[in-house]
Each structure stands twice: as C-alpha cells, then as structure tokens.
Design a protein around this ligand. Structure first.
Ligand code: BTN
Length: 269
C-alpha cells in the first residue's frame, strides 16, 4: 500500500478529516496526522483527550476488498499492528477486545474505525490514538491510562518516541497486516495473530456492557469475523458484536449451553 501523510498542527479530529478526504476520493493509504485535536473522538461517543504532542493522533483511509462479513476484522488488524509497532520500542502490550491496547492493564492506545460510502465504494477510516506522554492526563485518566514515555521511563529508558517516528513504524505494520487480511486465508490469519497477542482471547473473566445491560462471563475465543464469544455463568454462549469489555477477578465457572448473538451494531465499525 502506498502511504501519503497529511500533517496538521491543530485539527478537530483526524478521523473527521480522513472521512472528508475519503468522500473527496482520496486513495487508500492516505494518512492524516495532527499534533493536537480539538474534538478528538473515542468509541461510543466518548471524547479522546488530545493535548499538543501528548499523543499520536493518526487516521488512515482504507478501501477494503475483503468480504463484507469480515470488515470488523479491520479493527482487530489495526490492534495487531499497533501491538507490534509498540513492541519495536520494547513495550509489550495486551489487546483487550475489541481494540484497546493495555500495558499493565492501563490503556496506552485506543482505535476508532468508521465507515463512509464514497463514489469509489465503501471506505473505512481507522483512527488510532496512542498516548505519548502522561503529563496532560486529566485526573480521571491518571489511574487507568499510561503512555509510551511513562512505560519507557519505568523500564529505565529515559526519553520518549516522537509521534513522527511512531507514525512511520505504525504505517509499516498496518500495510503488512492489511495485505495479509486481503489474502485468501487472511481473515483466519488475523484472528490467529490477534489470539497470539491478547490475553482476552479465552479464559478471561470479564464483564461486558451491552446496550446498558451488564453481563458477566468468561471469554471463549473469537468468531471468524472477530466477534467475541462470551460464556455466561449459566453456560449460555453470547456472540458479542458490540460492547465494552472490562476485566473482573476470576471465580469458578461451569461450562455447556446455548448460543445467543448479541450487540446491535458490528463492533468497531
Ligand atoms: C477509543 O475510544 O478507545 C478510541 C479512541 C480513538 C482516538 C483516535 S485519535 C485519532 C483519531 N481521531 C479521532 O477523533 N479519534 C481517533
């Protein structure tokens, strides 16, 4: 994939700009990067705090050829790519379904995938926010979020990484895994790559918030399209297409049971 980068000093949201560019006919591989966002968006209508040079604010335009049923795998593919980009700097992250990157259970990166119809067909915008510094975290994030600078300092490596360097590393991994996803065995390969990098794949005791209702259970692998299988305490298996997952302390579980598909919208898209 050929990559072109549009740099902004300040922008409302790199995702909003990438959506606009996609509708104007931008080629796949166009990346929008900004030093700060004034209206950074997170999943489920949340705000993404985006102070100047405190994070990487990055969005890429994709025009996927993969079958529609596998489109949700784009967001898992992005999580795998961010995982490997961070690993290049010695940061070992976990991936929490569907696409939060955690270090020591604190969030270092979030991913927001959005779609738009364009004259050239469907475009998917993958927006990635990586915390470079912890200094401007609001109080409510200080305990639940971490940053590259904080993790490198804790490991005895002073100094952080520039957004520019990280953006280059990231585009290299996105290109690699995106091409993999488009190959005949791509969807299964992406699920497998995700499994290798995530402790949430199976056997993790979690709480999932689905349309305002909280369900407890244990993760039980992913469906071929990346949906999360959640085994409830009564043995019923829910296929979770959308929802927020939180880890809870382990306890004894029983196995067996029915399968129910839940979540109104495809996750991450
Ligand atoms: C999440 O809620 O975890 C997803 C956060 C995604 C934030 C990134 S920052 C770059 C891009 N532009 C946005 O407005 N959001 C995404």
């Amino acid at each position: 994939m050929d990559v072109t980068v549009l740099h902004f000093d300040t922008i409302d949201s790199t995702n909003t700009e990438a959506l606009k560019q996609a509708r104007l006919g931008a080629e796949e591989g166009l990346c929008v990067v900004a030093r700060q966002q004034t209206a950074g968006r997170g999943r489920n209508g949340r705000v993404w705090v985006s102070g100047k040079d405190a994070g990487l604010y990055f969005s890429i335009v994709l025009r996927p050829k993969v079958e529609t049923q596998y489109l949700p795998l784009i967001t898992l593919m992005a999580g795998v790519a961010v995982h490997d980009a961070l690993a290049e700097y010695g940061i070992e992250a976990d991936i929490k379904w569907v696409n939060d990157l955690l270090v020591g259970e604190r969030k270092i990166c979030g991913i927001l995938a959005e779609t738009t119809e364009t004259d050239r067909g469907l475009a998917v915008i993958v927006g990635i926010g990586v915390n470079l510094k912890s200094s401007n975290f609001p109080l409510e994030l200080a305990e639940t979020a971490t940053s590259i600078e904080e993790e490198l300092t804790a490991a005895g490596n002073s100094g952080g990484i520039s957004g520019e360097a990280l953006s280059e590393t990231l585009t290299r991994y996105i290109s690699y895994f995106y091409v993999l996803l488009d190959s005949p065995e791509g969807p299964a390969a992406i699920v497998e790559e995700w499994r290798r990098r995530s402790s949430y794949f199976s056997g993790k005791r979690v709480r999932v918030v689905l349309d305002g209702e909280t369900v407890n259970g244990t993760t039980d692998g992913l469906e071929p399209n990346g949906a999360l299988r959640l085994r409830k305490d009564d043995g019923e298996v829910l296929i979770v297409q959308a929802g927020d997952v939180e880890r809870v302390r382990p306890e004894r579980m029983e196995a067996g049971g029915r399968i129910t598909i839940t979540g109104r919208t495809p996750f991450g898209l």
